[in-house]
Design a protein around this ligand. Structure first.
Ligand code: ZN
Length: 351
């Protein structure tokens, strides 16, 4: 096995501001959707939503442990995760939190509530998992927040309940926002200028909330996010891979961090992609260079000034341990991946 590039370069440890531990096994031969997806919604329906429905406790644990172990080796000291496993909701955040705490990766976790498979019942179970975790978690390296999948997969009642949960626990929201034009079109069909305005109207975005993507936000909307203290997270490799467009308005805020959206947590590779794609879109490289380090500020907002969270020596110890257990983790991940692909095959592919 080749060492990840960041180990070779020994770069300072970074924070991945938006990712999905549940997709950790994907690099180990996940079957592509067939026939090939034609657009973003088909990519979700034929690949990622089939994967998340196939997850159970064993496969989720293996995915998280494999992803985190590689993340340490790739130079990641902390991450912000957005989780969904519709057939294993209750207790799913415990599985992720235990893996993060044990391996020494600081993490902000949520369950992304959604109505896309099982309607309101599914959304209520998702929010209940956030509530349970917010009430119970006392791990030093892990914080919970409230999660919604995206505006286009939730109705008014779910929005109101999510907002109430943020207020009750005095915490923030983590949600996908305007990743694809479909999210904007859905909000407009419901009578809103866009998904940002819809989420704001229902008080779902307290200051400090984390908005993944913002590809189809206008400059005015991005300025409004900054004014309200909201984080935006750019995910260049994912956006390019899904052909959803380029987030050309993000320069209007200083609260923009960098995430991998389920890609391996190699933040040096993600930043290289950002610089390459950003230049193609006429961006100022000095602004782009601020996005990777901004993830550390985001993490400090959630943890407070706890010196342990971004402690370089803790990450170095974690990296040494990650090297030692790498082969055993890969072996477990490989066998769980094969079982997971079989479970995906058994899925009917229905949304
Ligand atoms: Zn995402």
């Amino acid at each position: 096995m080749d060492p990840p590039s960041s180990v070779v370069k020994n770069t300072a440890p970074a924070v991945n501001a938006h990712t999905h531990l549940y997709s950790g096994l994907a690099p180990l031969g996940m079957p592509a959707g067939e026939p090939a997806p034609r657009d973003f919604l088909e990519i979700l329906q034929k690949v990622w939503w089939r994967l998340d429905r196939a997850l159970d406790e064993r496969s989720l644990r293996a995915a998280a442990r494999y992803y985190l172990n590689e993340a340490l080796l790739q130079g990641t000291i902390g991450l912000v995760d957005h989780h969904e496993s519709p057939r294993f909701i209750e207790g799913s955040l415990e599985v992720l939190a235990d893996a993060c705490q044990e391996m020494g990766v600081a993490a902000v976790l949520c369950y992304g509530a959604s109505e896309r498979n099982g309607g309101r019942e599914e959304a209520e179970a998702g929010l209940a998992e956030c509530r349970r975790f917010l009430a119970d978690n006392d791990r030093p390296l892990v914080r919970g927040v409230v999660g919604l999948h995206a505006s286009f997969t939730v109705g008014y009642d779910t929005l109101r309940e999510a907002a109430e949960l943020c207020r009750e626990f005095d915490t923030v929201m983590h949600v996908h926002l305007a990743e694809d034009r479909a999210d904007v079109e859905d909000a407009r069909r419901r009578g809103w200028p866009g998904p940002l305005e819809r989420l704001l109207h229902f008080d779902c975005l307290p200051p400090g909330s984390i908005l993944a993507h913002g590809v189809h936000l206008t400059v005015d909307e991005v300025k409004e996010c900054e004014r309200r203290g909201l984080w935006l997270v750019q995910n260049p490799r994912s956006n390019e891979n899904n052909a959803v467009g380029y987030p050309s308005a993000l320069h209007a805020s200083v609260k923009v961090a960098l995430g991998t959206d389920g890609f391996p947590s190699d933040m040096a590779a993600e930043e290289a992609a950002l610089m390459r794609i950003g230049r193609e879109h006429g961006e100022d490289p000095r602004i782009l260079r601020q996005r990777k380090p901004a993830g550390r500020r985001l993490l400090v907002e959630r943890f407070g000034e706890d010196p342990h969270v971004l402690d370089h020596s803790r990450w170095e110890r974690g990296r040494e341990q990650a090297l030692g257990r790498r082969e055993a983790i890969l072996e477990m991940a490989g066998s769980e991946a094969r079982r997971l692909w079989a479970r995906m095959d058994a899925e009917d592919g229905a949304v």
